[in-house]
Design a protein around this ligand. Structure first.
Ligand code: GDP
Ligand code: ZN
Length: 452
């Protein structure tokens, strides 16, 4: 990490401002080469300077502001320079090129955040949270990411891991003295304590992961029951094509809606019925694939019509999916919908009118509650494990800790206990990054954008 990296930190395209970021030991000297301040004088940390970016041939590239953040009081804990110029493709690109010509190296995706992690400013779970903040699709998802960025998960995991290190050291010492018996109480309490923490964290993961990753929900039903209308009502914008002619929408349409804080991809599976028309047949296959990829099905029926054979067939089509049966076209809320038919995975029954908007908010809440495992998170509950990688590590830690308890209760073999406790501490260390290999770091940070 002795070199100085540079990248464009703002997204491609046109904007008011574009930012080029540098980090590393030569950031200052490179800045002095490519930036001519209006008022001369050395750069001072956490001060903004006004001036011009100068190209390698001495020409003015753009008018700009330069901010210097001296190590260690910066995002990466290295010297950091940020140059804000006009947000056009050329000023931004030429400023970057000037920095590269002056000795910087183009940063890899996520390399600034990786340096912040490697220099100990943030742990791995916080580094991952920065990406979650950038990618959050709902304010509930953002709140969960912000909390993780604040470090609550890192603290909890560190405490649980630290509690295991002492018994691990004690047992490791005993391995060489098999004649000395183990004192179970010195080991049992910390293991139970760590396991309780891990289980509490795991219990929050179902909701956290749904809030972060979202879910896929397929709208299923025979033509004309109102799937497209319902999709639009749930989006509250007109995006899918609504048509009164059955069988004319052949593609599956996907739109992302925000249902009570859950980012939900709604899939309109138009044309899911047997057909000999080859074009329609493609639509049928695509719809079946869309349903297969969904976490939940909304099986839509027309409440104003008796169920047809085609409606009944949809019960079979969705038989393997958790399904909400939706009576659409309940235009008069005073008239009760018909009794819902049996379905092996029926999770709820809802009544609504996509045309008049009755029952749509309730349906959105029913969908979100179902996806979140039965309840909405308590207001302000942001301490949720939201990353599947963290959940996998916690599950492994829990397994090792249960195995350790088992060993302790049976033969208390010190070598087995040591292996279990090592497994548990390593699994926990993968969350905070204390025990991860370079390969995993590469995988994690390659998902970032360049400049982050
Ligand atoms: P799809 O084929 O299942 O996607 O159904 P569409 O959304 O295209 O709707 C079919 C027809 O039903 C259209 O004429 C809609 O205007 C109508 N429709 C949809 N929802 C409702 C509703 O809640 N009440 C009434 N009365 N008509 C509806
Ligand atoms: Zn449709």
């Amino acid at each position: 990490m002795s070199d100085t990296i540079a990248a464009i930190a703002t997204p491609p395209g046109e904007g008011g401002i574009g930012i080029i970021r540098l980090s590393g030991p030569d950031a200052q000297s490179i800045a002095v080469k490519i930036f001519r301040p209006i008022r001369p004088g050395r750069l001072r940390s956490h001060r903004v300077r006004y001036g011009h970016v100068i190209g390698p041939d001495g020409n003015v590239i753009d008018e700009a502001l330069l901010t210097f953040m001296a190590a260690p009081h910066s995002f990466t804990r290295e010297d950091v320079i940020e140059i804000s110029c006009h947000g056009g493709a050329l000023p931004v690109q030429l400023t970057l090129e000037a920095a590269l010509a002056a000795g910087a190296r183009l940063a890899n995706p996520g390399e600034f955040t990786m340096r912040a992690f490697l220099n100990g400013r943030i742990d791995l779970s916080q580094a991952e949270a920065t990406l979650d903040v950038i990618r959050a699709q709902t304010s509930a998802g953002l709140a969960v990411a912000q909390a993780q960025l604040g470090g609550w998960l890192a603290r909890e995991v560190r405490v649980a891991r630290a509690a295991l290190l002492e018994p691990l050291a004690y047992i490791t010492a005993l391995i060489d003295f098999p004649e000395e018996g183990i004192e179970p109480q010195a080991v049992a309490a910390p293991i139970a304590q760590a396991l309780a923490t891990v289980e509490r964290l795991l219990a929050s993961a179902e909701q956290g992961i749904v809030l972060r990753n979202g879910a896929r929900v397929a709208l299923v039903g025979r033509p004309n029951v109102g799937k497209s209308s319902l999709l639009n009502a749930l989006l509250r914008v007109e995006r899918a094509i609504v048509t009164p002619i059955p069988g004319t929408t052949r593609d599956t349409l996907e739109e992302t809606a925000n249902l009570a804080g859950v980012p939900v991809v709604l899939i309109d599976t138009a044309g899911m019925r047997n057909s000999t028309d080859p074009v329609e047949q493609i639509g049928v296959e695509r719809a079946a694939a869309a349903l297969a990829s969904a976490d939940l099905a909304l099986l839509v029926f027309d409440a104003q019509q008796p169920l047809t054979d085609e409606d009944e067939a949809m019960l079979t089509t969705t038989a393997d999916k958790p399904t909400i049966i939706v009576w659409n076209k309940c235009d008069d809320p005073a008239i009760l919908p018909p009794t819902a038919p049996e379905h092996p995975h029926r999770v709820a029954v809802a009544a609504c009118s996509a045309r008049y908007g009755h029952g749509i908010d309730e349906l959105a809440k029913t969908i979100a509650t179902t996806l979140l495992g039965g309840t909405l998170p308590a207001v302000g509950a942001t301490h949720l494990v939201s990353n599947p990688r963290h959940r996998a590590a916690l599950r492994r830690a829990a397994e090792y800790l249960r195995a350790a308890q088992e060993t302790l209760n049976t033969n208390a073999a010190t070598d087995l206990l040591a292996a279990d406790l090592t497994g548990a501490t390593n699994a926990l260390g993968e969350i905070t990054g204390e025990t991860v290999g370079e390969d995993l770091l590469d995988v994690i940070f390659s998902r970032f954008c360049i400049g982050k």
